[in-house]
Design a protein around this ligand. Structure first.
Ligand SMILES: [Zn+2]
Length: 81
């Protein structure tokens, strides 16, 4: 029993996380990493084929451009030129 964190990411998001520079698509300045945690539910979930029970949070990787105070999603990184 404990808090569970799950990263809900699609393939493109994982690729963006691993291979793309964390730079603002708009102004090219360095992005600050922020963690967004969203409470989803209390219940059981399967992580690495082990069943866990507890509070489930969904973790989202996002970034923030301090210049324009704008939140940048991982997928936005793949759209930069
Ligand atoms: Zn920017």
């Amino acid at each position: 029993m404990g808090d569970l964190y799950r990263a809900d990411m699609g393939l493109m998001e994982i690729i963006a996380l691993l291979f793309y520079r964390k730079k603002c698509p708009n102004c090219k300045s360095k992005l600050r990493h922020i963690n967004n945690m969203m409470f989803k539910k209390r219940g059981s979930t399967v992580i690495n084929s082990v069943n866990h029970y507890g509070d489930i949070y969904s973790v989202k990787f996002s970034y923030r451009c301090d210049k324009y105070d704008k939140e940048i999603q991982l997928l936005d990184l793949t759209k930069s030129k």
